[in-house]
Design a protein around this ligand. Sequence first.
Ligand SMILES: *Cc1c(COP(=O)(O)O)cnc(C)c1O
Length: 364
Amino acid sequence: MLTTGPVPAYPEVLEALGSPVLYDYHPAFQTFYAEVTEKLRKALRTETTPVIMQGEAILGIEAAAAALIAADDVVLNLVSGPYGREFDTWAGRYGKEVIEQAVPYDDVIDPQVVREALARRPDISVVSLCHHETPCGTLNPLNEIGAIVASHGACLIVDAVSSFGGMSVHPEEAHADIFITSPSKCLGSTPGLSLIALSERAWAKIQANPDAPRNSFLSLLAWRNASEPGKPFPVTPSVSEIYALDAALDRHAQEGPENVWARHAVTAAITRKGLFELGLPLWPKQEAFCSPTATVFKVPQGVSDVALRDRLLHDHGILVSLGRGETTGKVLRVGHMGASAEPDFARQFIAALTAILAEPFSAD
Ligand SMILES: *Cc1c(COP(=O)(O)O)cnc(C)c1O
């Protein structure tokens, strides 16, 4: 499964999923929850205690928008792909005005353009960015953009769902006030939780926002102190998913984050080189824009994306992802995330693609 998420979970994760399900008020579970939160904080390299929300990453992204964006906020939404575009819906629902700064989906956001947009509209108070646009395989220059947003004084919301864990990206380095990621991409765990780092500034803004969800499944405030011993959970946490996350974080720490990132980068580089040798162009306009966690390439002229995907699966047992949104029908996407970020898998994928394309292509 060389998919772009969910991805195959590490064996340690699958084993942890089989652990007995503890009552959430069992003191042992409460202690365990606090320990997992602390492991997550270390992985995120942040000072503040992160929040785990009990639903797949979109819950975290929507919760971030609902909590941080107040009725008088002007939001600059940076769009370089479908995830950035989808954020418009939430920004528009909660804020006063959304200014969209978009680029074509094979391109990335230029930090200078962000600087100019902020200079034109000093009233912009929140900026949102998707770090890795998974449907496009493109990586935005997050840290540079983050520094610009910070010097303007606005808050930054970052979707780092498909990059965190697979490369060096961390909320504080990025000046992110809210940084959302997922266990089910580069951490190699299961889809079912949102992992969220928040700055003190973000918490203060959320606390001051009368419209921030309270008594709601969307409430970040409700989960703020959930890892403190003796505190009741707002609702029953996804107990087994927490076991899985714990195993994924242990695995990440034991292999060493730098080694994990290198494994992702090498796998992506082998994939790009193989595609280049086959004469198949990458979707991103420049190779420098390419992510180490997913490679997106254009399907050859006269070949259907679905037929090529099916041949890879049926003849070689390799499953890749189709395009999404604007890239639908034009590309195939190969994930290098967690357990699938293995150089040998990249070689097998290129060998399979070479074999398929060596014959006259037929869909059946
Ligand atoms: C996977 C992913 C999410 C999570 O959302 P789904 O579409 O439900 O998988 C959010 N943002 C990005 C960039 C992702 O890759």
